[in-house]
Design a binder for this molecule. Structure first.
Ligand code: 5GP
Ligand code: ZN
Length: 139
């Protein structure tokens, strides 16, 4: 499944060049054109879906094994794996992709804001129940 207007589909089809580090029938890993740090890579399924949850399981599994490969090859002591879904969440290219971003120093790589809040145990129990019920329906 691909989309003629999508930059990652066009890279997958060989219409736009990229620096490949891994490539097979289902997934590719390329260097990010505007790296946040040296070695910033993107792991991209060869299936056009905007959101991670829209991926067929086959592609999700291939992404997982490819992430293992590229992170082993990276040999970084510190790194982040990031995957943005939706504009508010920072997604610019509407085709699923995982960022692998080395964090060589405090000032290089990804800056993370983690605005944690306190939550009651009762509220967490209720929320876990709601989500678990939905998961049980999906199984
Ligand atoms: P997002 O914000 O959607 O999670 O990340 C999109 C990423 O794709 C950005 O880091 C951007 O630099 C990268 N990108 C956008 N266009 C291209 C391209 O044509 N080639 C490569 N290699 N990376 C791209
Ligand atoms: Zn696409």
């Amino acid at each position: 499944m691909n989309n003629d207007n999508c930059v990652f589909c066009r890279i997958a089809n060989g219409e736009i060049p990229a620096h490949f580090v891994y490539n097979d029938d289902d997934v590719m890993a390329i260097l990010d054109i505007n790296p946040v740090a040296k070695g910033h890579m993107l792991v991209i399924p060869k299936y056009h879906a905007k959101y991670y949850h829209e991926l067929p399981e086959k592609y999700a599994k291939k992404i997982a094994t490819t992430l293992l490969l590229v992170t082993k090859a990276l040999e970084a002591e510190n790194y982040n794996i990031l995957q943005n879904n939706g504009k508010l969440a920072g997604q610019e290219v509407p085709h699923v992709h995982f960022h692998v971003i080395p964090k060589p120093s405090k000032d290089e790589g990804l800056g993370i804001r983690f605005p944690s809040k306190q939550e009651t145990s009762e509220a967490l129990t209720e929320l876990a129940k709601e989500i678990k019920e939905k998961i049980d329906k999906l199984l």
